[in-house]
Design a protein around this ligand. Structure first.
Ligand SMILES: Nc1ncnc2c1ncn2[C@@H]1O[C@H](COP(=O)(O)OP(=O)(O)O)[C@@H](O)[C@H]1O
Ligand SMILES: [Mg+2]
Length: 318
């Protein structure tokens, strides 16, 4: 693979992604309740789509029932149920890995793969293939099995060398592509690669990118182009998936504030317009508990009532 390794994603798209990421960071720390809701939503979406691309016939709703309620779906094979459960556990492994700030190494990839094929093909789970394979729907013939240990060692070297040099989105997209190109496993390469790509994104504070099943055809087309060293469409495709997830996160975080608006909360900026105090003084009053207020994300919020109470109290004491 002779690859020019940077500047291959659309510049405006990258700017837009990085801008949205900065906006997302202004909402940190997220409320634990909202973070859990988003994680749950993405776990179902990501599991459903990644497995559907691979041929699993469970619907989004059925996937939810299997992984969150432990139900079995009539007429669906045991294997399909295991695939859903395994993928959910794979995601939990990834979240846990990121939370513990562990360093990615070759063993991480084997661990992720092991979870994907658990109870399905125990001999292959967590082991590189020892036979040659073809990718259904692709022209690219993955490297012969004997080359895999060496190619994987080179892949890790490439990662260590580039992990701080590339933008996060490019790094994640490369990791995904390089791994499916090598196709180190007999099966489960796509799912493992998408988990690994998201591990990179999550490590850097991005939400996971979900490659949608409805985009499967385009995804395969762009992978085929990448096999001919035309990477731009694949990279932009991954970039747009990242942007989509960022938008979902931002919408959820913003509408959280809207909900609170409906409960009558106003920002200190709005409050300052309703009285003679500046934002800084109001913030001091909020911090010292003199003005009844709550902190949402990083901002103090109060209510008109609380503000009027305070103003009246001050007037009375004059
Ligand atoms: N032309 C291609 N070049 C490289 N990788 C490809 C190409 N077409 C498909 N793939 C990857 O191969 C995966 C399928 O391989 P497979 O081992 O069956 O993984 P899984 O079982 O998780 O789907 C796809 O999900 C995709 O990521
Ligand atoms: Mg497969």
């Amino acid at each position: 693979m002779n690859i020019v390794e940077s500047d291959i994603i659309n510049f405006d798209l990258l700017q837009s992604i990085e801008g949205k990421k900065r906006e997302l960071d202004t909402f940190r720390p997220f409320s634990p309740e909202l973070a859990r809701k988003l994680d749950e939503q993405f776990t179902v979406e990501w599991t459903y789509n990644s497995n559907a691309i691979e041929g699993n016939t469970l619907t989004l709703q059925e996937t939810d029932l299997v992984i969150n309620r432990g139900l079995t779906i009539g007429n669906k094979t045991l294997k399909e149920h295991f695939e859903a459960i395994n993928h959910k556990e794979g995601i939990q492994y990834v979240y846990d890995f990121v939370k513990k700030k562990k360093e990615l190494d070759e063993n991480t990839i084997l661990e992720i793969h092991k979870m994907i094929l658990r109870n399905i093909s125990e001999i292959d789970a967590g082991h590189y293939r020892n036979e040659n394979v073809m990718i259904l729907g692709a022209i690219h013939l993955p490297p012969s099995a004997v080359k895999i240990p060496k190619l994987m060692a080179e892949f890790m070297e490439w990662y260590y060398e580039n992990k701080t040099k590339l933008s996060v989105v490019e790094l994640a997209a490369w990791i995904h592509y390089k791994l499916v190109y090598i196709h180190p496993f007999i099966d489960g390469n796509g799912r493992a690669s998408r988990l690994l790509m998201n591990l990179i994104l999550l490590q850097h504070g991005y939400p996971p990118a979900v490659i949608l099943n409805i985009d499967r055809k385009r995804y395969y087309k762009f992978l085929k182009e990448a096999d001919r060293e035309r990477y731009i469409n694949f990279f932009n495709f991954i970039g747009r998936s990242v942007e989509r997830s960022l938008l979902i996160y931002l919408n959820a975080l913003k509408s959280k504030n809207d909900t609170e608006d409906r409960y009558g909360y106003i920002s200190l900026q709005e409050a300052s317009k309703l009285c003679d105090y500046g934002i800084e003084y109001l913030s001091y009053l909020a911090k010292t508990g003199r003005l009844s207020a709550i902190k949402i994300n990083r901002n103090w919020m109060t209510t008109r009532e609380a503000l009027m109470d305070y103003v009246e109290k001050v007037n009375r004491n004059r």
